[in-house]
Write a protein that binds this ligand. Structure first.
Ligand SMILES: Cc1cc2nc3c(=O)[nH]c(=O)nc-3n(C[C@H](O)[C@H](O)[C@H](O)COP(=O)(O)OP(=O)(O)OC[C@H]3O[C@@H](n4cnc5c(N)ncnc54)[C@H](O)[C@@H]3O)c2cc1C
Length: 506
């Protein structure tokens, strides 16, 4: 074991949306921060791939395998690199709606309150949007919560056929709006991510020590298990030990939980900070289904997400429970999530025999339907033979199906609209649910709350049991947001970083 004898102010584990953001906030106020990230720089050629190459089996899958619900090993789609999953995300950064914080009555039950209100997070949302240069248009989404600041820039322009599609949706009585998207306008790498908007500025500071290729294996604690004394990482085949006054876990909802479970000792057999037995439990994964529509005119297949539709967020005619949100998915050849849904492709192959991916992409328009799920204790991350085991059975499925079928009805109505020239009627609309391997939208495994018996961290992300451990990523979410929650991860990380700075007297 190699001991790094430097005592840092803070060690941050993981450099994704939460880790890079929190590290950047901490070095800004003069703290000495060690950022441990298991990946390294992702080559520009691998970022934001817009190509049939996206469908290569090993693309965006690390070499490790996890065990799934059926007990079989599977290969998760997750990015271990500077910036984490934000290196391949769609960059759509939405705020949670006010009502979500109070707990929602879903078809299958009620989701818990957050303990925080929308107003508590609003200032941090504003900072997060500014930091990640979110381009959007206030007032265009009828369901959006109130804000005190404008977006830094107008929505980025969309391909002309998408504007026509938008008008077709409006003729159906819907209210499409330009999706708020993190965007840098750089000609080489225009889409925003956590490396570009958080890590790069932190790197300019002498306060940041960044170690890539550093996989944190275990946290070491004092005998009473009340304080983290050391962070053990595997680097180039060697074991290293680092120490700091404070430790921030931001390795993502699956890995943060697994690090705590892996740190079990004889005195803490269920894992660290796990007196409540909640570490790893309540895993939630946004339910997502991609739906394909035939385009009447060829398109490039290489364009980003464009419009969102929230008309069915809270229900529909005769449906009084939330259904979820719809997004235009962007070009098939630019959507890493779509590439993860092989069932859609096999259906498409039947519909369009002899079509290659290029032709499929140029002839289709993708939509994503997303619905929330409830936290359930049996949906969990655990360890099996030292490897990650995911047990996950999605719930609230009927509401999601209703959303999908409702959306297909909308697509059919658009196809029957003589004024809408950009889509074409088809005998079927191929669709496929994002499989377990599409794990990028996971949350809830170390839930926050006031009660140490039912939660892992308090409302500032501090472990109830370890005085110097904070969790900053989506693990702490008490419920699953209705749509992509990257912005909530970032806003919460800035908030948690702010409280940590205060505790450290900065
Ligand atoms: C294809 C795809 C598209 C998406 N599109 C959107 C979108 O449009 N909008 C949206 O809001 N969200 C989107 N998401 C989800 C979004 O990326 C996540 O919500 C967000 O990145 C979560 O942030 P995080 O910090 O919790 O985890 P991550 O960003 O995944 O970061 C975790 C980091 O921890 C590192 N790490 C893990 N284990 C260890 C360890 N043991 N030691 C050291 N480091 C470790 C990882 O390498 C990684 O860098 C998308 C995700 C995917 C996969």
């Amino acid at each position: 074991m190699i001991i790094d004898d430097r005592q840092y102010d803070v060690i941050v584990i993981g450099s994704g949306a939460a880790g890079a953001t929190v590290a950047s906030a901490l070095v800004d106020c003069g703290l000495q921060v060690l950022l441990l990230e298991r990946g390294g720089p992702m080559p520009l050629s691998d970022q934001n791939v817009a190509d049939v190459d996206l469908f290569r089996k090993d693309r965006y899958h690390p070499s490790e395998q996890w065990f799934g619900t059926d007990g079989d090993p599977f290969s998760p789609q997750t990015i271990y690199a500077f910036g984490g999953n934000t290196k391949i995300w769609g960059g759509v950064l939405e705020r949670m709606r006010e009502r979500e914080f109070g707990g929602l009555h879903l078809q299958e039950g009620s989701s818990p309150e957050w303990g925080l209100g929308y107003n508590d997070l609003e200032p941090w949302y504003a900072k997060a949007e500014a930091l990640y240069r979110v381009h959007g248009e206030r007032g265009s989404d009828p369901s959006a919560p109130p804000t005190r600041s404008d977006y830094c820039a107008a929505p980025k322009p969309v391909e002309p056929f998408l504007s026509e599609l938008c008008q077709g949706l409006e003729r159906q009585g819907l209210h499409p709006y330009p999706l708020p998207i993190s965007w840098s306008d750089s000609p080489v790498d225009p889409s925003g991510d956590a490396e570009l908007f958080a890590l790069d500025s932190a790197r300019q500071s002498k306060g940041l020590t960044l170690r890539g290729g550093a996989t944190v294996v275990q946290l070491h604690v004092n005998p009473a298990g009340t304080e983290v004394r050391g962070v053990e990482a595997a680097i180039d085949g060697q074991r290293w030990m680092f120490s700091a006054h404070q430790v921030v876990l931001a390795a993502g909802a699956i890995n943060s939980a697994s690090i705590l479970l892996r740190s079990a000792t004889d005195r803490h057999p269920r894992g660290l900070g796990n007196g409540s037995d909640q570490v790893g439990r309540n895993l939630m994964k946004l339910q997502q289904t991609s739906i394909l529509q035939l385009a009447a005119v060829p398109n490039s297949g290489r364009y980003g997400r464009s419009y969102g539709i929230t008309d069915f967020l809270w229900g529909d005619q005769n449906v009084s429970f939330p259904l979820g949100a719809i997004q235009n998915g962007g070009g098939v050849l630019q959507d890493a999530l779509f590439a993860e849904s092989p069932p859609v492709l096999s259906l498409v192959a039947k519909l369009l025999p002899n079509f290659g991916l290029e032709q499929l992409a140029s002839r289709s328009i993708t939509w994503w339907a997303s619905s929330p799920v409830l936290p359930q204790a049996h949906n969990r991350v655990s360890l099996r033979e030292g490897r990650i085991q995911i047990n996950y059975v999605p719930n609230n499925r009927e509401a999601h199906d209703r959303l999908v079928y409702r959306w297909i009805d909308v697509l059919k109505a658009m196809e029957a609209d003589p004024e809408c020239q950009v889509v074409k009627a088809a005998p079927t609309h191929p669709r496929g649910e994002a499989p377990l391997s599409a794990i990028g939208f996971a949350c809830g495994t170390c839930c926050m709350g006031d009660n140490p018996a039912t939660s892992v961290v308090d409302l500032q992300g501090r472990s109830h049991e370890l005085s110097n451990l904070t969790i900053a990523d989506a693990s702490v979410f008490p419920s699953c947001p209705m749509m992509g929650f990257g912005l909530t991860v970032i806003a919460n990380a800035i908030r948690v970083g702010h409280h940590l700075r205060e505790r450290l007297g900065r």
